[in-house]
Design a protein around this ligand. Structure first.
Ligand SMILES: [Zn+2]
Length: 161
């Protein structure tokens, strides 16, 4: 996807995350959207820096980069949620566009993508971006609301209550 698509994806994802994490719809939701959304948008813009140096869809579009952003907050105490922006960028490039990305670069230069993607310049690129974002939010909602419930159910069953 192009920059517009990645920004649209990150902004929509951030608004959805804000409501999933703080469903009240008041200023706590707004503050959460800003808190999560700013690093997510910055993270979503980061991978395409490899258009300026390195190899596009390889140098900054791989799992070691994502793991680095995931680990960063644990070691340095900042950059929380940037990994989520990087991840959603990868998902949009893999699922939403035809080319895919080199997930295992530099070990393996093969670019992985799903056959459902559209070209970056396609008229349907915005629709595809929206569909991918809604799917991501549905997955997050499942994690937030379903996983804790099933964990409670498993604990309840193991206790026999
Ligand atoms: Zn990209």
């Amino acid at each position: 996807m192009n920059k517009k698509g990645h920004v649209l994806n990150a902004v929509l994802l951030s608004i959805g995350l804000g409501y999933l994490l703080e469903p009240a719809g008041d200023e706590t939701t707004f503050i959460r959207i800003i808190e999560v959304g700013t690093p997510v948008v910055l993270g979503a813009l980061f991978p395409d820096v490899d258009t300026a140096f390195g190899k596009h869809r390889k140098t900054l579009h791989n799992l070691p980069i994502l793991v680095g952003f995931l680990a960063f907050p644990y070691f340095f105490g900042n950059l929380e949620y940037v990994w989520l922006g990087v991840l959603t960028h990868y998902v949009l490039d893999v699922a939403g566009s035809t080319r895919g990305i080199a997930l295992f670069y530099p070990l393996w230069k093969k670019e992985f993508g799903l056959p459902i993607g559209v070209t970056v310049s396609s008229e349907r690129a915005t629709l595809m971006t929206t569909i991918v974002t809604v799917a991501e939010l549905a997955l997050v909602a499942l994690v937030i609301y379903r996983v804790p419930l099933s964990a409670v159910d498993m604990a309840r069953q193991s206790l026999g209550v």
